[in-house]
Design a binder for this molecule. Structure first.
Ligand code: ATP
Ligand code: MG
Length: 264
């Protein structure tokens, strides 16, 4: 399916609601779409022992949120790397902490100056108006959303609503292919070969924060932060909600809405 309008989408949903799964399915159906998962990016930084990863590690393990300033910087860097923001125009504000070589004492990462809004004229989004992408897991708080309002004009916010009891059941059976972020579930979405990624054949692992205790903390955080976040986007008129108990129930509704908004 071809997109005829640029789609700049964010996915919001409780931990384990299926944001990653829906991103993958959307990219298959709309090949012009790419996605950035904030959780995957963070885990890559943790694995590579970058200053940012080292600072984020404990937060992730305990189900807390990574500081807003750090997240905004990480995502802005990623968007520039992908050519969706023109790096030259944002370089004055942007030092790349997300590389192992970054020579910054870890405890200063948090103090980095981030302007409350990046003036729109300083980025050059208009050079790539057709870039279509999904942000999975970012922005996750209203302050994060406000910081990117002028940089990334989001035109659809999808709130995936699945009951917490249903999610808890399946989070314990989740497997991930860390390098790609592909997700599987031993009961309803198993890999073709047990314990192996379908595409690369590499081993699948469990996320350290996918245990009931940490998940409870993540859910509580989500409940606290998502209401102001959704309200922020609702005021802008870009919020759309979809409900379902399973990813299979949600995907067709999502596809239909996407076609209506971006494909005709
Ligand atoms: P799932 O991937 O199952 O949908 P999730 O949303 O809890 O669940 P990730 O998005 O992978 O999981 O995030 C994992 C952890 O990374 C979070 O618990 C948090 O510590 C950190 N994190 C990810 N995105 C952000 C963000 N935008 N702001 C702050 N912390 C974040
Ligand atoms: Mg995810």
């Amino acid at each position: 399916m071809v997109l005829s309008r640029a789609a700049r989408i964010i996915l919001v949903g409780a931990p384990g609601a299926g944001k990653g799964t829906q991103s993958e399915r959307l990219m298959k159906r709309f090949p012009q779409l790419s996605s950035i998962s904030s959780g995957d990016l963070l885990r890559t930084n943790v694995r590579n022992r970058t200053p940012l990863g080292i600072q984020a590690e404990l937060k992730i393990k305990t189900g807390a949120l990574v500081p807003d300033a750090m997240m905004v910087r990480l995502i802005i860097n990623e968007l520039s790397t992908r050519g969706w923001l023109v790096p030259d125009t944002i370089r004055p504000y942007s030092v790349n902490y997300a590389t192992p070589e970054a020579d910054i004492p870890a405890d200063t990462v948090d103090d980095v100056f981030i302007p409350s809004t990046f003036p729109a004229s300083r980025y050059n989004y208009s050079e790539c108006p057709t870039a279509s992408f999904i942000l999975d897991g970012f922005p996750r708080t209203a302050p994060q959303a406000k910081q990117i309002d002028d940089i990334i004009p989001i035109n659809l916010v999808v709130n995936i609503k699945t009951p917490a009891s249903v999610i808890l059941d399946r989070i314990c059976n989740r497997l991930v292919h860390e390098p790609s972020g592909r997700v599987y579930n031993t009961t309803f979405n198993p890999p073709k070969v047990e314990g192996k990624d379908d595409v690369t054949g590499e081993p699948l692992t469990r996320r350290a924060d996918d245990c009931p205790e940490v998940w409870g903390t993540r859910l509580k955080k989500f409940e606290e932060t998502s209401a102001p976040l959704l309200e922020h986007y609702d005021k802008k008129g870009v919020l759309w909600e979809v409900e379902g108990n399973t990813s299979d129930e949600i995907s067709p509704k999502l596809f239909k809405e996407f076609e209506k908004r971006f494909s005709v």
